[in-house]
Design a binder for this molecule. Structure first.
Ligand code: MF3
Ligand code: CO
Length: 273
């Protein structure tokens, strides 16, 4: 991460909005295919083709955050059940009834990034998983509602943490939301836990990816031998939602959206694939 937090100008914001729109459409396209029997590799190739057909670049492919990571090999992350984030799509991984799967997707359009994630139910899921998805999605919006000019990062972080813990779940500590723009990950970091009134003051024109990762059980995680996949140490399910947002004077403007997903999930709207 470079050290400076950047304030985006209106041209940059427009480009990031386009990236975010393509990410949102990609997630909705994948939502049509999510069903028992599909492999996560198939979802990955559908996403890659769709993004490239729109003249954009998959942001995660070959991404190498630091020297400890091998480059990320795919277009999307597919994290099933106890997998928290950064699950790698594979021809060997088949979705089954009752799974939850977080699909995380980023694109670059004219040099600017957009990033979003949504956790889908595969067929019917049990009521505890249903509650986990609901609480995690609510936590995302509760956090976003705090992200306005003059607020502090700790206001967002603590709102997310409080919401999650009030419902008996836990937030992952090691991974966080982030600034985004010319890079996938820019400062500042946005933890999903913290204290009200602490941390950096938010300014209008900051663009942030807010992404609560919520575990049904304990917060502890570990990384699998593939070098990427993060799993809950206690092997209980985990959920993840992410939006890219713009901080403005009196509120956050959400640049990615789940409306396409929520309108079209399970229905065919695209005939490209
Ligand atoms: N939304 C995720 C993040 O911000 C996606 C990163 S996947 C990676 O960490 F491969 F690009 F690292
Ligand atoms: Co992100």
């Amino acid at each position: 991460m470079s050290s400076e937090v950047t304030i985006k100008n209106s041209e940059e914001i427009e480009l990031i909005k386009s990236s975010c729109n393509l990410v949102s459409l990609t997630l909705a396209l994948l939502g049509q295919y999510i069903a028992p029997g599909i492999t996560t590799q198939r979802l990955d190739s559908i996403a890659e083709e769709f993004i490239r057909d729109h003249g954009a670049i998959p942001a995660f492919k070959n991404y190498k955050p630091d020297k400890d990571h091998v480059p990320y090999p795919c277009t999307i992350c597919t994290s099933i059940n106890e997998e928290v984030v950064h699950g790698i799509p594979s021809a060997k991984v088949v979705l089954k009834e009752g799974d939850i799967v977080s699909i995380d997707c980023g694109v670059v359009w004219k040099g600017y990034y957009g990033d979003a994630a949504y956790t889908f139910a595969v067929g019917e899921i049990d009521s505890q998983k249903e509650k986990l998805l609901q609480v995690t999605l609510q936590a995302l919006y509760v956090g976003i509602s705090c992200a306005k000019e003059g607020a502090r990062i700790g206001d967002v972080s603590s709102a997310i943490q409080q919401h999650v813990e009030n419902h008996g779940f836990s937030v992952v500590r090691e991974m966080m939301g982030h600034g985004i723009g010319k890079n996938l990950h820019e400062p500042p970091e946005i933890p999903n836990f913290g204290k009200r009134g602490c941390g950096m003051v938010l300014q209008a024109g900051m663009i942030l990816a807010i992404e609560p990762m919520v575990n049904m059980g304990r917060p502890a995680i570990k990384k699998k031998k593939d070098g990427w996949t993060i799993v809950a140490l206690d092997s209980l399910p985990s959920a993840h939602y992410e939006h890219t947002i713009l901080v403005t004077k009196d509120k956050a403007q959400i640049l990615t959206n789940f409306d396409y997903i929520q309108t079209y999930y399970g229905k065919t709207i695209f005939d490209t694939c």
